[in-house]
Ligand binder design. Structure first.
Ligand SMILES: Nc1ncnc2c1ncn2[C@@H]1O[C@H](COP(=O)(O)OP(=O)(O)OP(=O)(O)O)[C@@H](O)[C@H]1O
Ligand code: SF4
Ligand SMILES: [Mg+2]
Length: 399
């Protein structure tokens, strides 16, 4: 009996062909990366705007898996200005973590590769393109110049070392010169106190499994902030914490940012945290940026139908609704992205022209950009949130 060719089914032959092709591509890329002496001219660059700490420019990060190529980040462009916080929001799996891991050169190689684009990092006297720089150069910057608060504290802490040893190591590695063991321990305890761990002396001697999820998250934050980094990537830093500790941590990040003029890339699902923390917002969907702007522009004038849907799906104090809005449908398969707007199959504001190729970015203001056909010249533009969710109808009926 012939095998049923259901969606996503791969024959053995097809799977072998994909693996062979993946090996060919990744071997080629790895050969480039593993060269012994990569000349500075290949990765030293200049910022497009010297006021930016980081510039993501048309970044493409793919994973070459046996099921096919996962286009996790597929042409992402945005800036993180010096001393500002950029909030990155978007549905689970849209590429937020992969974007930040690309900046740290922590993508799981060889299957994960930056295949196109640049990430320019402003080092003050010069700038480097992280995607082309040798690992040894980026390692010098990790921890002290740029540091990351990881999404999963349990997998990021080493289970066989005590908390104290792990934080001490970070300080010793980056700021240890001239410091005695006692000085380093004192600084670790200070950091644990700073992130709100009450029994800091006790926690210093504990193993990660002896701590709660929230405590582990705070240890991660202490490690990330140990060396006063200029660029902080916070990937869902407060998701595992209760609201009071969340407020403390957000305050801590804000103070650090102001103290040394750090820049923060803040990844979260929580629009409330974004509203409180961010100066700029980047909205991602299926590996692309669909809208970006200042926090006021995004919250007061959300323009992409996906952003409009996101805003409508959060509860608002004082606004009575029977049921919160949820965006219908699901994200397209990252292995087989459509060649039209990725949001089209879920979009409730679709126009006839939306079947065309993926829409270009349209400027609504010098800082506010949106990738959607509705804003092309001659098209109707934005619609109100309530018109989409049917809540204006609900209100009329209530009257
Ligand atoms: N090592 C990997 N191998 C294959 N695919 C991967 C790998 N890491 C990430 N991906 C894929 O890349 C896409 C983006 O993942 P990413 O972790 O960036 O999502 P995210 O936006 O951070 O989601 P979340 O909000 O759930 O953390 C997903 O489709 C994911 O399956
Ligand atoms: S381009 Fe069309 S389908 Fe895509 S989000 Fe805009 S209106 Fe919806
Ligand atoms: Mg993530």
């Amino acid at each position: 009996m012939a095998k049923k060719q259901s969606e996503g089914y791969l024959s053995g032959k097809e799977s072998r062909r994909i693996s062979k092709e993946n090996r060919r591509i990744t071997n080629e890329l790895e050969k480039q990366r593993k060269r012994k002496h990569i000349p500075e001219s290949e990765y030293v660059t200049s910022m497009h705007d010297s006021k930016n700490a980081v510039e993501f420019d048309n970044l493409h990060t793919y994973f070459f898996t046996d099921a096919g190529t996962v286009k996790s980040v597929d042409g992402v462009t945005f800036d993180v200005p010096i001393g500002k916080t950029v909030g990155v929001v978007g549905e689970s799996g849209c590429g937020k973590s992969v974007t930040s891991l690309s900046l740290m050169q922590l993508i799981q190689r060889p299957q994960g590769q930056v295949v196109e684009g640049a990430i320019r990092l402003n080092l003050g006297d010069k700038a480097i393109d992280v995607t082309k720089a040798p690992l040894s150069e980026v390692q010098k910057l990790r921890g002290n110049f740029m540091s990351m608060i990881f999404q999963e504290p349990m997998t990021s802490l080493n289970p066989v070392f005590r908390i104290g040893q792990q934080v001490d190591e970070v300080i010793a590695l980056h700021e240890g010169e001239g410091k005695s063991k006692e000085d380093i321990k004192k600084r670790t305890i200070e950091l644990l106190d700073m992130v709100g761990i009450a029994n800091s002396e006790g926690v210093y001697r504990m193993y990660p499994h002896e701590l709660s999820g929230g405590m582990r998250q705070r240890v991660m934050i202490a490690m990330a902030l140990a060396c006063n980094p200029r660029v902080i990537i916070a990937d869902e830093p407060t998701t595992a914490l209760d609201v009071t500790i969340q407020a403390t941590i957000l305050d801590l990040l804000r103070r650090l940012k102001d103290k040394i003029n750090s820049s923060i890339m803040f990844i979260t699902h929580d629009l409330g945290v974004i509203a409180e923390m961010a100066d700029y917002v980047v909205v991602m969907y299926a590996g692309r940026v669909v809208e970006k702007g200042t926090v006021e522009e995004i919250f007061e004038n959300p323009s992409h139908p996906y952003t409009i849907g996101l805003m409508a799906s959060k509860p608002v104090v004082g606004k009575k609704v029977d049921k919160l809005y949820s965006i219908p449908g699901k994200v397209p398969n990252p292995i087989n992205m459509p060649d039209y707007c990725y949001f089209k199959d879920r979009c409730e504001m679709c126009l006839d022209c939306c079947s065309g190729k993926y829409p270009n970015e349209v400027s609504l203001s010098p800082t506010h950009k949106v990738s959607c056909y509705r804003y092309y010249e001659g098209n109707p533009g934005a619609v109100s949130l309530d018109a989409v969710t049917g809540q204006d109808q609900q209100r009329k009926e209530e009257k």
